[in-house]
Unconditional design. Structure first.
Length: 161
């Protein structure tokens, strides 16, 4: 993988060549065959995954039911980022839909880099926070839509009685 590919990934787009080189040197490439579980809900983790090629699906276990699909992500997307900060088990499953190539940055190496290069840390954390904020906004919209839908169903059934 070439360093120039990093520039096409949104969390790295504002970095200098020197900063991109630092990130490149932290990461390793991992290939996941189609239908492989990359992250398993409930297991401890601690890595940031950047999809270089391929697609993944994020699912959440639902007791007594089939897993709920949360989202699908493709090239240039990130996942696993929460485990860099909260030290908790993965909150969802991530499954490769196609053969998927990811750039993986382990938490220990990421933390070390953040402590050593504050300007780089600021840029990366700002981008990651922006992504997390957008995902939270999307989740909030979904909750409102589901609540509104449930309220409508309830009102319709009350009218029929």
């Amino acid at each position: 993988m070439e360093i120039s590919l990093l520039r096409t990934i949104n969390i790295f787009e504002d970095l200098s060549e020197k900063q991109l080189e630092k990130i490149f040197n932290l990461a390793h490439i991992k290939l996941f065959p189609a239908n492989t579980v990359i992250l398993e809900e409930g297991k401890l983790g601690g890595a940031l995954f950047i999809i270089v090629k391929g697609r993944i699906r994020v699912t959440k276990k639902v007791e007594g039911k089939e897993a709920k699909i949360i989202t699908s992500l493709g090239a240039q997307s990130i996942f696993g980022e929460m485990s860099l900060f909260d030290n908790l088990p993965y909150s969802a499953n991530v499954i490769a839909l196609d053969e998927t190539r990811c750039m993986v940055i382990n938490k220990d190496r990421f933390d070390e880099m953040l402590q050593q290069d504050l300007p780089l840390a600021y840029k990366l954390l700002t981008q990651i926070i922006t992504i997390l904020s957008q995902r939270l906004r999307n989740t909030n919209e979904e909750i409102v839509a589901m609540t509104t839908w449930k309220d409508r169903i309830k009102q319709q059934s009350e009218r029929k009685e």
